[in-house]
Design a protein around this ligand. Sequence first.
Ligand code: UDP
Length: 350
Amino acid sequence: MNVMVTGGAGYIGSHAVQRLLADGHDVVVVDNLFRGHAEAIELLRTRAKGGSRLSFEKRDISRTDDIEAVLRERRIETIMHFAAWTYVGESVQNPMEYYANNTAGSLSLIRACERSWSGGHGGVKRFVFSSTAATYGEPPADRVPIREDCPQLPINPYGASKLMVERMLADMVSAATRAGREFGSACLRYFNVAGSDRTGLIGEDHDPETHLIPIAIQAAMGKRSEMTIFGADYPTPDGTCVRDYVHVEDLADAHATVMEAMRLGRSVAYNLGIGRGYSVREVISAVERVTGRQIAVKSGARRAGDPPVLYADPSKIADELGWRASYIDLDQIIATAWEWMRKHPEGYRS
Ligand code: UDP
């Protein structure tokens, strides 16, 4: 299949590209390289049998005409849409960037997709969207573990910027179906994505790094003198936030599974998590265990926009498509992140 992967030079997108290539698909990565890494694409090209099945377009999804041209020229049938800004804290500081990049950017991409329908190859039929558990906001305790029918009431602009795209896609599928056009969408609501490719080719490299596991590893490596727990007074067993950490390769596997199984004429949503939560303190202890090093930890203020407990009930995708996370052990997930960071202490610049 001809697949366009927006944000394919980023962390999750690059792992999805790796999986699509392994499955024999032809992949066009569209990325503006604002936070993505051209190095990831170059490395993946080495896996793509001479490189012909992987191409790269340095473009911005907000340029509808550009994207439409790529969709037509490359006869794209499926879009996997990862390109987004993804920091909760930053979204609270700078909400309009999130609505511009995530919501308006996606609108532009969906419009390009709509325009591709008048092309000779029939246009885009499948749209797989990177959504987030942040769309659920702060669910009441009796709605955790979270199912897909939990009310979506985001408490930060990041979650809100993604929820609007879910709605656009659902409306697009309805309109397309009424017009007799074959089109389907899937919104994959990620919980906390972690770990790196087990072969060590690609990995997680954010600048700035804000995520708990890489920060704890950096502290264990001595790249940071200490780390801060953002809030130790939450209504949770040890006072710190609880999250569901799902391995990035499992996520890539879920995308491949959903794409293959997608029924045109439907818009669906699935939670992607392992189905259990770990507290911030538990994650830090696991990083100490895996790295064999002590981490200097201090307690600080809560970070704006953080709900206390988020973990998935992933049974819908298990029941309907047979997808389950293969990494269910936190130490194993962290071990893959540690392996990458040990070998690439400066990320892709190493
Ligand atoms: N966190 C923390 N210290 C850090 C980074 C993160 O205490 O230096 C906490 C954060 O407040 C949240 C959890 O770790 O409760 C996971 O945060 P992360 O940024 O990794 O992912 P998010 O939940 O925002 O998607």
